[in-house]
Design a protein around this ligand. Structure first.
Ligand code: SF4
Ligand code: SF4
Ligand code: SF4
Length: 176
């Protein structure tokens, strides 16, 4: 399956601009994402009462209140185990398990990666339980990382350990 990353914006104005929400580029707050099983776009902002129940429920402590109190995932604190505690705690059903995957986010490695600069590093691959990250030998004998988007769950386990902050979680959609 071919996959491509998407940074599409909502056509309607939301309480927080959708692209800002996904990328966290407002008020200097970086790398913020909605919790797993969040409703899409406007529906999430309308349903979420900013009660913080999901934040309290998360055993990994990776959720925190972001801009205007909306819950956000902070992968610098750890990884999502997809335990579902946040979803079950959400009484207004702003987080709702409808039998689909928890979210459509995947890891993406940017050009600050040490391995792409011919420095030996495989920290991210060592952190990935699903073995979504592999290293392909490149010219010069160094290996560069590649992410199999079919295996990546977007759990974020690779993000905090990366010594150069080279891994981002990005929304993606399969190509038809
Ligand atoms: S699924 Fe579990 S680990 Fe992931 S954000 Fe929700 S409560 Fe936290
Ligand atoms: S941990 Fe970071 S710097 Fe190291 S190979 Fe992975 S993406 Fe590159
Ligand atoms: S986000 Fe999780 S599954 Fe995806 S590459 Fe990183 S550690 Fe592996």
């Amino acid at each position: 399956m071919n996959l491509r990353f998407s940074r599409a914006q909502s056509s309607k104005q939301s309480p927080i601009d959708r692209a800002q929400f996904l990328r966290g580029n407002w008020r200097g707050v970086a790398d913020l994402l909605p919790p797993p099983w969040a409703l899409e776009d406007e529906a999430f902002f309308k349903a979420c009462t900013q009660c913080a129940e999901c934040i309290t429920a998360c055993p990994e402590n990776i959720l925190r209140a972001g801009n205007k109190g909306y819950p956000q995932v902070d992968f610098q604190r750890g990884e999502c185990t997809f335990c579902g505690d946040c979803e079950r705690s959400c009484k207004p059903n702003a987080l709702l398990d409808d039998g689909q995957s928890a979210w459509s986010y995947r890891a993406q490695i940017n050009n600050q990666c040490l391995a792409l600069k011919s420095v030996m590093c495989r920290t991210c691959a060592d952190c990935c339980d699903t073995r979504a990250i592999s290293f392909q030998l490149a010219i010069g004998g160094f290996a560069s990382p590649e992410i199999n988007l079919n295996n990546c769950t977007g759990c974020g386990a690779c993000i905090a350990p990366c010594p150069t902050g080279s891994i981002e979680i990005t929304k993606y959609q399969p190509e038809n």
